[in-house]
Design a protein around this ligand. Structure first.
Ligand code: SIN
Length: 278
């Protein structure tokens, strides 16, 4: 095989070098190797991908079934590719105050309010600011495995109640109208879940979507989440990705939180294509 998978330092992330979707995309052994590395390293960074929208969708399809974006407004669409969402710092929120939408600026995992959340999110850099706009990821499996016995006993039986837009979210989320939000599904997920591919346990919570844990009130639930975030965001569990032109990333929502830094010059564009796999 002519591409290389190179683990990044620490417990999270691997670079994929020299992958060519036209040449390697139909090779079953290559697909298995990528999927194994993804499960193990949580985030894969494809460097210098000379690809278009069709190639991007094909690459995503190597990791699972392509699934729809839960909110797909006309301004988020990419013509001819209904499963791609355009993320742009030129989009404005829906609250009528004309502020930038700034998707993803605090720790979260994608769409945990769904009964069956997408395992993978795939992101492709289209236009990048000159500096800043990095995306960070945690390894929720390593974070769980590093908990001491007493904390594991505390978190193991808990179940989180996830809604589209938690009233306790640490940032404003205005990507749904009140009508859309009323119709949005909600879901209950165990806080500690065996991974669908490896069976290894990982912490699964979402500060923007959890209202509370069953049997706990909102204040105790938020206090627990704050403790868990402080644990998971330690440098030893985090990979911070500095985007380069040609990068395509896939991360594993079942064992990662992620967050983008909106710390760049807002006069410059930051535009991404995002798709999801089940
Ligand atoms: C997201 O949270 O889905 C966006 C991440 C990014 O734009 O880097």
């Amino acid at each position: 095989m002519s591409f290389e998978i190179r683990p990044l330092p620490g417990v999270i992330g691997a670079e994929v070098l020299g992958f060519d979707i036209g040449r390697d995309g139909a090779d079953e052994a290559a697909r298995l190797r990528l999927r194994e590395a993804w499960t193990d390293r949580v985030v894969l960074v494809f460097r210098e991908m000379a690809t278009d929208e069709a190639g991007f969708m094909r690459l995503a399809g190597l990791f699972g079934e392509n699934v729809p974006q839960p909110v797909q407004r006309p301004e988020y669409r990419v013509e001819g590719f209904p499963l791609i969402r355009l993320l742009s710092n030129r989009h404005r929120d829906t609250l009528g105050d004309n502020k930038p939408l700034n998707v993803g600026g605090t720790w979260h995992t994608d769409h945990s309010h769904l009964p069956d959340p997408p395992r993978g999110t795939v992101l492709r850099a289209i236009r990048l600011p000159e500096a800043g706009g990095d995306t960070s990821f945690t390894n929720q499996r390593a974070a769980y495995e590093a908990l001491d016995e007493a904390v594991r006993r505390e978190v193991d039986p808990l179940v989180g109640h996830h809604v589209y837009n938690s009233r306790y979210a640490p940032r404003r989320m205005a990507t749904m109208t009140p009508d859309e939000e009323r119709e949005a599904p909600s879901a209950r997920h165990p806080l500690v879940r065996p991974h669908p591919a490896s069976g290894r346990k990982a912490l699964y919570f979402n500060p923007i979507r959890i209202e509370r844990f069953d049997g706990m009130d909102a204040a105790a639930s938020q206090a627990l989440m704050d403790r868990l975030v402080a644990h998971c965001e330690q440098d030893r569990f985090v990979y911070r990705h500095r985007w380069r032109p040609g990068d395509v990333l896939i991360w594993d929502n079942a064992q990662a939180l992620h967050m983008v830094r909106h710390d760049y010059d807002p006069a410059q564009e930051r535009i991404m294509h995002r798709t999801l796999v089940g």
